[in-house]
Ligand binder design. Sequence first.
Ligand code: SAM
Ligand code: SF4
Length: 356
Amino acid sequence: MGLVMLNPTFPVDLRNRPLHSLRMSITDRCNLRCEYCMPGENYTWLPSKDILSFEEILRLTGLFADIGVTRLRLTGGEPLLRKNAEKLVAMICAAGRFEEVAMTTNALGLAKLAQSLKDSGLSRLTISLDSLREERVKAISGRDSLGQVLAGLDAVAAAGFTGTKLDTVAMRGVNDDEFCDMIAFGADRDIEVRFIEYMDVPGAQEWTKEKVISRADMLDLFEEGFGVRPVSYGVQGSAPAARFQLPPGAVWKGRDLAGQVFGIIASTTEPFCGSCDRSRVTADGMWFKCLYAELGLNLLTELRAGVSDDHMRALLLGDWKKRDDNGAEQRLQQEERAAFKVEGNNPHLEMHTRGG
Ligand code: SAM
Ligand code: SF4
């Protein structure tokens, strides 16, 4: 592995990992109920009074930039449900603290908001979609939403966004007969599709290890479908997705798809904890340094106690330096692996609260 040059004032954790990427959830609310993300019933929503204001988010993201974060991703819940989300994007982009300000969204709000997000300075979008079939989308997400997602994708292209990605959770027996179609769909729209291994995060109460399709199995499926095996493309580094390209001879339903690039995020069977440079803040300011961490640091209390920026930076630096998490690797080592059980109602443990 190449030597990573670090600014000496930026911290590394106990496993020598820097903090470069922050996922900031701006709401825990969602207009979908994806079966792998939200528990079926009994949600405990975060109290409105605890949701960080735009000014608090701006301050907090700036403090994270001070200690080394260069890439910011806004997420949720569904980030576009936050009223005036595009104004928040404009405030963050105007501050100019990040190399990239991206957003992960289910796309339902994009037909309306893509242009204003672009005008606000958003760098790029990742859109979540697990199927191209109406009935399936409805069964997976609890809502008949495919038409709206497609309209959202049209609006994204019309607004001039480039580098758009489409994330698909790969689930055996649910959508594994559509993967080649998804890649062809990406080719039509100049979008890179990424297949995420189904993760046993809290909220994924239907998860079983049999439903996980490993990266190796996905590559077999693609070889069968396209008639040739995808080849590695580029270097993965600290990016979650390993990228692949379809070689000459790749044909699907009579179409030549040679050259098309796609990604696989093997978060379940080949976790990338060793190079994980990201952390997450919930909409109420709880900082989690691992997707599987059960304990977070309450930044809301600190912010609202009126502490100085120096105090906040010292707190963030000190906490990152103590980070030793490798949650996905630990889950992998568990022999009798089953869905992650959440005791009682703890919204901070749910995927829709901590934002994928
Ligand atoms: N609502 C937005 C969306 O769906 O894009 C942002 C939040 S969502 C929690 C972020 C990402 O997490 C989505 O791409 C979703 O597919 C992914 N995700 C949620 N639960 C997952 C699971 N059990 N396994 C793999 N990916 C999951
Ligand atoms: Fe689906 Fe995203 Fe909502 Fe979770 S937060 S239910 S993945 S749309």
